[in-house]
Each structure stands twice: as structure tokens, then as C-alpha cells.
Write a protein that binds this ligand. Sequence first.
Ligand SMILES: Nc1ncnc2c1ncn2[C@@H]1O[C@H](COP(=O)(O)OP(=O)(O)O)[C@@H](O)[C@H]1O
Ligand SMILES: [Mg+2]
Length: 232
Amino acid sequence: MLEISDLSAGYDSKDVVLGVSIDVREGEVVAIIGSNGAGKTTFLKAVCGLLPVSAGEVRYEGRSITDLAIHEIARAGISFVPAGRHLFPEMTVAENLGLGAYPHRPEAGQQSVVFDLFPRLAERRRQAAGTMSGGEQQMLAVGRALMSRPRLLILDEPTAGLAPKLAAQAYESLAALRTQGMTILVAEQQVPLVLSLADRGYVMETGAIQLQGSAAELRDNPTVRRAYLGVA
Ligand SMILES: Nc1ncnc2c1ncn2[C@@H]1O[C@H](COP(=O)(O)OP(=O)(O)O)[C@@H](O)[C@H]1O
Ligand SMILES: [Mg+2]
């Protein structure tokens, strides 16, 4: 579904993502794990059209989307949930959801799909987003991304800033989405949590993929255990 080959990207003509190749098949959950500064956010932003790609190619469902703008990528069926969520805190839950449908008009039907997945958002539809808990704001960020009816959801550190219980809840929501057939690419530092959901994963360090494998292979890998699972 998504095929990224030799992608490089960065800032001010200095690349920090260096020739990354990954692929995501339809229906899969694929994790990109890596510590702070590894290049995960830069990589995802370049894939989603939020940063320029300096080399390489992004193919989605057989066609190149490498140089498309974010709204064109959204129209193709990819939705991005940024780290830190980027909600409009003064606007209500329903208004934030409405913005997620851009560049289309919000569909009432799609809002019900989101409310079915997150009943908590339905209860709080008229509440200002900024007054909700971190866990609820994460639900809203995912809900907003779903408003454009994506087939591929890309998330950057959905657990950032969440207490462990809420982080686990965020992953329960993603598991529910996967059950409904959503394809998911997620960058995460909380390795046990993301590997409990993912089918496969890639380990990114200093802008390059160092390791890849099934979730079970990565969980058992000595390097992953030492670096990310706190096992000596
Ligand atoms: N806006 C920016 N301008 C310049 N350098 C940046 C910017 N954002 C991130 N970087 C650098 O790019 C590298 C990768 O960062 P990032 O993609 O945010 O990693 P991660 O998401 O894995 O923590 C880091 O060295 C970081 O300092
Ligand atoms: Mg990041």
C-alpha cells in the first residue's frame, strides 16, 4: 500500500533522514521505533508532505506521491496525527472534528463513525478541546484524522505526554481501528506498547533503519531489549 524507497529529508539543506526504505501492506500495523532525535518525526512529515523530500520516493497504492502537498496526500487517503496533537484548544470537539474533513465538507456520517469509536468525544462534543484531559485530546486528534475517511493512518508518538494508563487506552483505540480494517503506520518510543499492537516494525537510529522484523522478532532481539526494553 505504502512503499518508501531511499527517502532522505531534513532541514536547511542538511538531511537528518538518510535513505530510509520501508513498506506497509494493506491491513498491517507497522511501527517505527527509535529514541528521541532518531529522525522519526522528520521521516513521517516528509512522507505526509509537511516537509520536502530531498531524495527518494514515496509510492502509495502504486503511484508516486513524493512531491504532493499535504492536502493532496490527504485526498489520496492518508491521514496524519502529529505528535502533540495540534488541536484548536478554544474550539469545541465537534468543530475540531469538522476541520479534519478538510478539504472536503465534514460528513455527518463520518462524525458518527468517530463518535462510535470514541463515545467520550460524543459526550463532550460541545466542550472546548483545550479543557479536556490529555487522553481525550489524543482521542480527538485521532478522531479528527479519521474525518477525511483515510485508508492509511500515520501517527507520530500518540502516547507523548500521556500517563501510562491513558497511553495504553490510546493503543486500545488503535487496536479497535485495526479490527475495522485500518492500515496504520506509527512512530513510537514506548516500545513494549507499540510492539503489542504492531505486526512488524523498523528500528530507526540517526536517520537510518538499523533493524527490521516482525513484532515478535523485535521483542526478542538483544539490541532492542537492551536499548528500548530496559533489559540488561
Ligand atoms: N525544525 C528543525 N530544524 C532543524 N533540525 C531539526 C528540526 N526538527 C528536528 N531537527 C533535528 O533532526 C533530528 C531528528 O529529529 P526528529 O525527526 O524530531 O526525531 P524524533 O522524532 O525521532 O525524535 C534531530 O537531530 C533534531 O535535532
Ligand atoms: Mg518525534
